[in-house]
Write a protein that binds this ligand. Structure first.
Ligand code: ATP
Length: 211
């Protein structure tokens, strides 16, 4: 005769198998610094596709060689953390930062999928990058690990030999490069980055002219 406990365990196991898979968006980038373009993109994809979360995944690449002031990976991670703090949908994904060195998306996603096979990953890229997917390392295997989400971009095709989900999101003409330039020229970056990021840049004297 089954005990109450055994029955409860069986019911619970069935519930767990029946649970829908967690659907997680991944926005990879350098985030040097994170800006409203990243936030709008992540929010639009996350809400339009009804994802359970969107993770911002800073890469571990060394700072650009042409920049006078180097930005530590921890500063980029700290700024991402501040930028996403008020949105429960957003998380920081530290995998590439922790591993260090150059990470191929394929290697990263393979490791993440192996650790959490129950998660469906949605990898977010700009519409301009879709045309270059064929150049990505191990792309034919990568498309089996993630679903690519492309942000539609005027002037770029919305067709691809690879399966891509397309999302319409307002494009804001802001980039990390422009933000760094503005700071180094003592210009305002208010409303281009969250206040908490602007405060961090100021407090840590990031991107300032060094001579
Ligand atoms: P940089 O100017 O230093 O090259 P960036 O602004 O392009 O940086 P990244 O951290 O390299 O920022 O970008 C991460 C991801 O966000 C990339 O997929 C990039 O195409 C996308 N992205 C960057 N800026 C915007 C924007 N304004 N609108 C939509 N997507 C953006």
């Amino acid at each position: 005769m089954k005990t109450v406990n055994q029955t409860a365990t069986k019911v619970l196991a069935e519930m767990v198998t029946d649970l829908p898979k967690r659907r997680v968006g991944i926005l990879g980038g350098t985030f040097n610094p994170p800006h409203i373009g990243h936030l709008i993109m992540a929010d639009q994809v996350g809400t339009q596709l009804g994802l359970d979360e969107v993770r911002f995944m800073p890469d571990a690449q060394p700072p650009h060689v042409d920049e006078k002031k180097t930005i530590a990976a921890t500063d980029r991670a700290n700024m991402v953390q501040r930028a996403i703090a008020d949105n429960p949908l957003f998380k920081l994904e530290p995998t590439e930062l922790k591993r260090g060195g150059k990470s191929y998306t394929y290697d990263t996603m393979k490791a993440m999928k192996a650790a959490h096979p129950e998660v469906e990953y949605y990898f977010i890229i700009g519409g301009d990058m879709v045309d270059y997917l064929h150049t990505w390392y191990h792309i034919d295997d990568l498309v089996k690990l993630v679903t690519f989400v492309g942000i539609k971009r005027a002037g770029y095709p919305t067709t691809s030999p690879y399966p891509v989900m397309w999302v319409d999101a307002p494009l804001v003409d802001v980039s990390s490069t422009k933000i760094r330039q503005k700071v180094s020229h003592n210009q305002s970056i208010r409303y281009l980055v969250p206040d908490a990021v602007a405060d961090y840049i100021k407090e840590h004297h990031l991107y300032e002219q060094t001579n």
